[in-house]
Design a protein around this ligand. Structure first.
Ligand code: ADP
Ligand code: ADP
Length: 226
């Protein structure tokens, strides 16, 4: 069963008289339970594709279906709703709020959705447990290592119980040993059934996913083509 179906997706950025064809006729299908890495050099269109997948932007042309919803046909305000309900984001620089503890950071998505205090705390602790960090729940981000901060960010992404995790260079700020640990954690979440898409310029990281897709000059190709 498909989680993501993209067909003939186009995106062009216009800058005065010049334009950049950032996504060039993208066809991509991702099954439920898959773990896909999208690998490509700087400027190849990874972020543009990720923004599209994450419902932060809509294509100029083409069709995008995410978990049965026709994204390309939605109004912008409905896009945000789908995004909050279906997608968990993981970023290179963790994007944790520095004045909140680990568990409070993980609670945030539930706070926005109006989940009650007790339920929120219990679920956030369960999410921290699933990334092996329950004992650090009361720590502030600056009291945690980079790898631990990324695990908190992954717990936060899980707190919305998303259909899909989108990770944008999740190991970009980490050393190679910690990167491996984060990839092992993502693999474990995938083994438990979570669909994961990650973008990276790092082939070693990309190879730890089940499937690799390459992007270059806005064009996709199955497999490694670096
Ligand atoms: P990557 O994430 O692989 O580095 P991007 O998706 O950021 O690639 O960029 C793809 C191409 O689109 C690049 O040539 C980039 O310069 C261009 N681009 C990206 N965002 C914009 C924008 N907002 N306005 C104009 N050009 C952009
Ligand atoms: P640390 O204090 O470095 O986090 P731990 O004993 O908690 O040490 O964990 C050892 C390593 O195993 C850690 O680097 C961590 O990334 C990984 N790890 C621990 N628990 C889990 C878990 N539940 N899921 C994934 N990785 C875990």
């Amino acid at each position: 069963e498909a989680m993501i179906t993209m067909s003939k997706i186009e995106k062009t950025y216009k800058l005065g008289d010049t334009s950049v064809h950032a996504l060039d006729h993208i066809d991509l299908s991702i099954e439920k339970g898959d773990f896909v890495s999208i690998v490509g050099p700087s400027g190849s269109g990874k972020s543009t594709l990720m923004n599209m997948m994450g419902c932060l932007d809509k294509p100029d042309a083409g069709k995008y279906i995410l978990g049965g919803s026709h994204i390309d046909l939605l109004k912008d305000r409905d896009l945000a709703e789908i995004r909050n309900r279906k997608i968990g984001f993981i970023f290179q620089n963790f994007n944790l709020l520095g004045k909140l503890t680990a568990v409070e950071n993980v609670e945030l998505p539930m706070l926005y959705r109006g989940v009650k205090t007790k339920e929120r705390r219990a679920y956030a602790l369960a999410c921290l447990r699933s990334v092996g960090l329950e004992e650090r729940a009361a720590h502030l981000p600056n009291q945690l290592s980079g790898g631990q901060q990324q695990r908190v960010a992954i717990a936060r992404a899980l707190a919305g119980d998303p259909q899909i995790l989108l990770a944008d260079e999740p190991t970009g700020a980490l050393d190679s040993k910690t990167s491996k640990e984060i990839m092992n954690l993502l693999t474990k979440l995938n083994d438990n059934g979570r669909t994961i898409v990650l973008i990276t310029h790092d082939l070693t990281v990309a190879r730890q996913a089940k499937r690799t897709v390459s992007i270059r000059d806005g064009k996709l190709q199955e497999g490694e083509h670096i």
